[in-house]
Design a protein around this ligand. Sequence first.
Ligand code: PLP
Length: 195
Amino acid sequence: MSESIQSLVPSHGEGDVNTSSLRAQWQRQHLNQATHEMLKRDAAVFMHQSVSTPCLSAVRRVHGIFIEDVSGRTYMDFHGNNVHHIGYQHPRLIQAIKDQLDSLSFAPRRFTCEPAVALAEKLTSLAPGNLNRILLAPSGNDAIEMALAYARAATGRHKTISFWDAYHGAGFGARSLGGGSHVPQWSNWPAPARQ
Ligand SMILES: Cc1ncc(COP(=O)(O)O)c(C=O)c1O
């Protein structure tokens, strides 16, 4: 394996990376041919990614706390990225998303709109103390990166404390927070002056 390819192999120190013989044996025993073929196609076109590589199986349907795979097995999902709170395919959420797509699918942030303000008001009414403004982030990683930037700006300090080997997202800042030294001392130069 070439050095550049080897560097793409997921690190066993980071999250749910399972390349053990037991995982392979389980897959041989329990997954059907269609699943093996999909896993092969997936591995051929997706870059290896710590925390989720290699895929365990292929999903066919999700509902409530359940994941059904292509081989017909049903799993209870105790992790549930982004759907921990209400379960997969909650009918009220599906209906609300459909209604919003039909009425106002996107608003550039230079324009405000009723649903955005209503959501912000709801969240600030639930938050404790003087937490009375919000900023929406497109992902967990972005939320962490933004929080790091704001904490620095608010405190004037630059060090953070975190648990070693924790996962906070795939960006430079979030990964560094989990213990990796991904952010070297960058040289920053002033932007060129406008003529
Ligand atoms: C604890 C934790 N923090 C941060 C993240 C990153 O979230 P996202 O994938 O939305 O960037 C994840 C994602 O799995 C997570 O589990």
